[in-house]
Ligand binder design. Structure first.
Ligand SMILES: C[S@@+](CC[C@H](N)C(=O)[O-])C[C@H]1O[C@@H](n2cnc3c(N)ncnc32)[C@H](O)[C@@H]1O
Length: 253
């Protein structure tokens, strides 16, 4: 009997942002292997008797090596289980879903990918920041804030001229991100938003500029997970913020 592994995007936090296909995969699973950023309410869709396996990793605290997670998926698939691998946001957006898919493919275990709503899209939206606007330039770039990890090199020269730049895993690296962008030629007056726990009842947004954002964030002591958005689109928040969140009205610096 052959099993199957569904690599499912759980969305960014708000459990209502799980897709219908994602819910279907949770309902039919023998086992759900889930990450730290996945809202536990999603596990309520599991059928009675199904097994919940925590595979949590948090920034800076790798509770399980990726190879171990790959091995769990492969071994369970091989013994014929239906496994739903529930990952925060979208599995292929800075989620190492590609590595899990490659491991399954190499082991000959059937798998499907169920895209999810990435934090990169949803978190700015809940903060009232459209990633694109006709008056704010033609491009959006998603970047890891973990420069250096696994040899990742960020092209600061290109980002200095980009329209909207969204940094994942950037909260702990904010001083370096701001300094690098300005050093590469980005205007220090460029608006920046830092959004913590986006789409949840703990959502908090701090705004400022490349020159002021580090101090503004330090004053509010917000914690991970956090997304950093750089670009003129951040100004739109003043008029279209719609989601009730923590912190002072306006969320400004
Ligand atoms: C390992 S990446 C995974 C991203 C995920 N695959 C996605 O598509 O959203 C984790 C990073 O996503 C961002 N992130 C995830 N959920 C978030 C949230 N609710 N609010 C703010 N940032 C979030 C943070 O930058 C965090 O460090």
């Amino acid at each position: 009997m052959s099993g199957i592994v569904y690599l499912v995007g759980a969305g960014p936090g708000d459990p209502g942002l799980l897709t219908l296909r994602g819910r279907d995969c949770i309902e039919r699973a023998d086992a759900v292997v889930y990450d730290a950023l996945v809202d536990k309410r999603l596990l309520e869709h599991m059928r009675p008797g199904a097994e919940a396996v925590y595979a949590g990793k948090r920034e800076g605290h790798h509770s399980r090596p990726q190879e171990e997670i790959n091995a769990i998926l492969v071994s369970r698939g091989r013994i014929g289980q239906v496994v739903t691998r529930l990952k925060g946001g979208d599995p292929f957006m800075f989620g190492r879903g590609g590595e899990e898919a490659a491991a399954l493919a190499a082991a000959g275990v059937a798998f499907e990918v169920v895209p999810g709503v990435s934090a990169g899209l949803a978190v700015p939206a809940y903060a009232g920041i459209p990633l694109t606007h006709r008056e704010c330039g033609p491009d959006v770039t998603f970047v890891t804030g973990h420069e250096g990890r696994d040899g990742a090199r960020v092209r600061w020269d290109l980002l200095a001229g980009a329209s909207t730049v969204v940094f994942f895993m950037g909260l702990g690296h904010l001083p370096r991100i701001a300094a690098r962008l300005v050093a590469a030629g980005r205007d220090a007056a460029t608006p920046v938003a830092v959004i913590s726990h986006g789409t949840t009842d703990r959502q908090e947004t701090v705004t400022g500029t490349l020159a002021t954002i580090v101090e503004a964030v330090a004053r509010r002591s917000i914690g991970p997970p956090g997304l950093v958005v750089v670009g003129d689109v951040v100004r739109m928040r003043e008029s279209i913020r719609w989601f009730a969140e923590l912190g002072p009205p306006g969320g400004g610096a």
